[in-house]
Design a protein around this ligand. Structure first.
Ligand code: PLP
Length: 401
């Protein structure tokens, strides 16, 4: 079906792909260029330096791969591991499930640690496994920082502390697809060996760049990793980095200009301010959910996500109907419940280039749709709760002070 236009703007509140800001759209509206001219390598060089800042690393080596988050996963795994390697991986929702499926299809020996959907990774079990692994059979820990299906954020600094406590050399591979550039993420400080994200999430770009960053230890591991890789081979990139031409194959010129504009916007606001803004958006959303008398799918406060909130609906309501009708009636796009939580939750994505008043529009829409489907919500209750908090907490816009 062709794009079905509705009046006004679509309120895009799925947890990715997210809204693309106007300056980024304009920056991408351009002709192709010869990527072997001096201009593109020069721009690539500064992009690689700046990409390191969003991972909070000075020592990592970034790769900007024409792919999605799924390709970034494959790049992280195949460059650092060999078939048969034992890896510990946490299953807490649809995206960790899909990553585990990929790990199994790539023939790793996956030691799955499963939790209820709505809970974080079970790090007590990780501690037990590390303590028992005297011969260091575990080659990597794979963890999704923010499970987008349930709105659960895992505690990465605790994972690093456990690895250090047991003196365990396993690599730490982190999916930061719905966290990096929105949640507190510190590659160097937390000793993350491979971190990755996709351009369509908090960077607010179109889909199409998988950003992967490797520690020195991960690069070293890639020298002996035996997994077959061709398109994703870091070595091909490194050869061209040395030559100063940077690209083993044709990059999307438009996406590179878009990435430049997206990073400029993030740095103008300040990465830490961007993270604080997400924390306000997350808190305001949770206050609204509470005011509606509904429950967060995430079972404990320590796991609450500031980029996505999965809202549980009462059993007599089908959350799929909420999402469908929100789009049809209010031009509001919410996230569906996926797999185990299909029909039981709808998701409000609050990540990327988004401000508080946009979020209030979404919350107002959710209230109306809840009433439409027969949930006894008091109109204005969630919006009022969010406003009361936001009015006291929104700072001046950094670029306008
Ligand atoms: N990891 C997480 C946490 C995600 O939320 C997603 C997609 O939403 C992916 C991985 C997969 O990314 P992609 O759809 O870009 O391949």
């Amino acid at each position: 079906m062709d794009y079905v236009y509705g009046p006004g703007r679509n309120h895009l509140f799925v947890p990715g792909p997210v809204n693309i800001p106007e300056p980024v759209i304009r920056a991408m509206n351009r002709n192709n260029e010869d990527y072997r001219s001096p201009a593109i390598p020069a721009m690539t060089k500064t992009l690689l330096e700046d990409v390191k800042k969003i991972f909070k690393t000075t020592t990592g080596t970034p790769f900007m791969i024409p792919t999605t988050g799924t390709g970034a996963w494959e790049s992280a795994l195949t460059n650092t591991l060999s078939p048969g390697d034992r890896i510990v991986s946490f299953l807490i929702g649809q995206f960790s499930l899909l990553w585990i499926d990929q790990q199994q299809r790539l023939k790793f020996n996956v030691d799955v640690v499963e939790s209820d959907w709505g809970q974080g990774a079970n790090l007590d079990i990780l501690a037990e496994k590390l303590a028992a692994d005297h011969t260091h059979t575990i080659k990597a820990i794979c963890i999704v920082h923010n499970e987008t299906a349930t709105g659960v954020t895992n505690n990465l600094s605790r994972v690093r502390k456990l690895l250090d406590h047991y003196g365990h050399p396993a690599l730490l591979l982190v999916d930061g697809v719905s966290s990096i550039c929105a949640l507190d993420f510190r590659m160097d400080e937390w000793g993350v060996d491979v971190a990755l994200t996709g351009s369509q999430k908090a960077l607010s770009l179109p889909t199409g760049i998988g950003l992967v960053c490797a520690s020195a230890k991960a690069l070293e591991a890639s020298k002996s990793a035996k997994s077959v890789r061709v398109f994703f081979d870091w070595n091909d990139y490194l050869k061209f980095y040395k030559l100063g031409t940077f690209w083993p194959y044709t990059p999307s010129i438009q996406l590179l200009y878009g990435l430049r504009a997206a990073l400029d916007l993030i740095f103008e606001e300040g990465l830490d301010n961007v993270i604080s803004r997400h924390s306000r958006l997350g808190k305001a959303t949770r206050l609204a959910v509470e005011a509606w008398g509904l429950k967060n799918c995430t079972q404990k406060e320590e796991w609450f996500s500031d980029t996505v909130t999965a809202v549980l609906v009462p059993p007599y309501i089908d959350s799929t109907e909420i999402v469908r009708s929100a789009w049809k009636r209010y031009n509001l796009s919410l996230g569906l419940g996926l797999n185990k939580v299909a029909g039981k939750v709808f998701r409000i994505g609050h990540l990327g280039n988004l401000n508080e008043l946009q979020l209030l529009g979404c919350l107002a829409g959710v209230e109306m749709i809840l009433k439409d489907v027969g949930y006894p919500v008091k109109l204005g209750s969630g919006v009022a709760a969010a406003c009361a908090y936001l009015q006291n907490n929104i700072p001046m816009i950094p670029s306008r002070i």
